[in-house]
Design a binder for this molecule. Sequence first.
Ligand code: ATP
Length: 808
Amino acid sequence: MSPPMPDLYAPGTRLTVGSHQAQVIKYLTSGGFAHIYTAQIIPQNTNESPRIACLKRVLVPDKQNLNTLRAEVDAMKLLRNEKHVVSYIDSHASKSGHNDGTYEVFLLMEYCARGGLIDFMNTRLRDRLQEHEVLKIMSHVCQGIAAMHALEPPLIHRDIKIENVLISEDDIFKVCDFGSVCGIIRPPKTQQELQYVQHDILKNTTAQYRAPEMIDLYRGFAVNEKSDIWALGIFLYKLCYYTTPFEKTGEVAILHSKFQFLAFPQYSDRMKNLISAMLREDPTNRPNICQVLEEISRMQGVACPIRNFYLVRSMHHYSPPEEIQQQNGYQQQMAMHNSTSQPQLASVPRSTPPASQPNGSLPLRPTKSFTAVPAVMSSISGAPSLPYQGSQLPLSLPAHVHTIANANFDPFQANKNSFLSVAYSQSQKADHHMQPRAQTFNTSYSTNLEPIEPTNSQGVIHAVDLPSIRASNSSTRASPPNYVDSGTQTLDEDVFLRRSASGAISQQSLDSSSSVESLEPQSSGSSLRKTFGKKLKRILTGEGRSVSPIKSRHNTGDSVKSAFSSLRRGLSSGSFTGDPSSRKASNEPSRSLSLSKYRVSSSESIEEEPLTSEALRSIPRREQKNPSIVEDLDRLELENDTEAREYYRSQAKMHITSNKASKDSIQQRVKDLLNSSQTTPLKKTAEGYGKYTISALEGIARQSTNETLVSLSGNSDLSTPKVLSPIVRRPAAVESPLKTKKRTSAKKKPAKPHKPQHLRPNPPKKPAHLRGGLVVKTEQSAVSSDLHADLSYEDLEKDFKRRYPSAV
Ligand SMILES: Nc1ncnc2c1ncn2[C@@H]1O[C@H](COP(=O)(O)OP(=O)(O)OP(=O)(O)O)[C@@H](O)[C@H]1O
């Protein structure tokens, strides 16, 4: 229970807060457990002029809550120099005078004279915010959040919302309320962890801003920077539409990111696109804060105010130190060049200094889209920025940079091919006096991605040792003309997540999966044969058609021909193995040729290899997988965490059998379904067409029953008992009409009266040329679904020619 709030301080009350003397000016408002005042900081020496600050007085019920508040204060201390974060001035905690174990905390901070963003929005209820206003607010808030994410390890705000943004006297939007701040929370592994995290999330986040991975912890995603990105997406939506996207639809819609844009007010598609990107269900598909800021800046038409620290870290992480050393002495800059062509990175010996122009500068690369990023490379090389410009750059980027260049992840545009290039630009001139930032990123970015072990046994919310976090943030800010504006340069953790265990970075995996999928059917002879067989079977049997194949045979001719020709093509190409060379030889459109993967070998060099179909299949495609509980279980089990499986199983909303069991069960069901769908119409046929079909049916019934037995006995292999589905039971119902007859006679039911002749329909007789073997053929195809796939090409063609002479 929280202690009752103390009486308000009267104006003029003097207080000591840390090393500062403050005098209360007036009470402003109350927060959850806090009173907020404006106060005057009394200067220690008379030369200083008094300044106005904000005083927050919080009553804390116990030591545990005191620690929470301490974390808030520590976060503010870390971010105190950030322009877009409410600045910390001083703080003080003491036992309250009530002798009940409660504490009182005083926090002095920058006063935001223009109040809260929420108040500002309320002044614009009628004429809502315009796009440029929204972009300005968003840019400021993102810069504040970027300051947190840039820390190593990063801090997650967890409670980004309209109410937690204040406006300063000079119209700067600032992030406040760091009471929910935490480090990365790894996916819980045990029941205890899960409960702890669940409780913590409920306590520290606001429902409407909660990301899917926070709601559904079974997804196995960490709560990390991307959860803040989601909240920022909600924040942006609310800035635009004054409501949250899931206000009415609730958690289910959040879990699937199902929302709609409102018709009023109208915003650009780009704005909507940005919101959609930030609200992607899969956190790994959301942009990171640098990418968000880059996009906002592009929309504003201004330079991006921060450097892409993710990219810098990635490059540093993959750059062998000796290479970095050798790069000293001249400045390297990277620039982005949007192009669909392959990377064309110039490479000159590392020791060669850049060829300078008569005026001392290098020729300027005439591409507008280049943007200088001197700070990035100078931070890597530690070298001062030099006024080089132009394209004849002594490029000696380490090999992995090529990989980064190709591992393009543009969160706002799918499949946009772009690559890194290296150039000097005019803006470098303005920057050549810039001091080098002797910044080194000691921690590789990958540490942010890896699950962080809990610091205590209690839970997984790792107690971030805030004071120990190095505030590298200030160095992430670049001088205005020197920004990273890159859909390309932005390398996010996704790239690393897509690294295979062997260290392979899959270029292909970054593209859409369509190429993989479309390649598959052509890449194996058997699959082509099956496709052909199925197609032919469909045509011959009329399966899936609304009209009889016989009636429509003139139409089917083309289809049959096309089926044959596809088989012929396949056969003549000589190989179905997806071998690019053979395909090239046969002038087949070589889809696989364009696919290659860039593999980083242990020596960090890059080999480009053509992808075989096997290799394609083996590429880990994490981003394409919908993380499911089952996968999570498998992963956990791989980690020998069998307890977790038991736990998840008991907790799962749906009944989970083992992976194999469920797979088998689905396969069996499909098989049974096929059988039953094929046997059912035959039963009808059998009832009307006499002995031959009856005996054929008996065979089918026997086979079906056998299959039922097989599938039932197969249950013994499964870890969980299989519930007999109606589909499994159905074949048993397809009994021999003879048996049925016997039973019927035993019961001696009265015989059904004959329908009078005049009431019987008189269907026209089947033309003679259509009678004959076709019924038998249909039965065959029903019995063996793979029949045509097993026939030889010649047999099929012969058979076809015989029956459809006009079509060939
Ligand atoms: N630095 C500041 N300058 C001006 N107003 C402030 C400042 N800090 C807080 N406020 C005002 O006080 C309100 C409550 O502040 P804050 O959110 O920090 O308190 P809280 O107890 O953490 O509240 P909550 O329980 O809502 O999180 C804010 O909404 C804002 O209007």
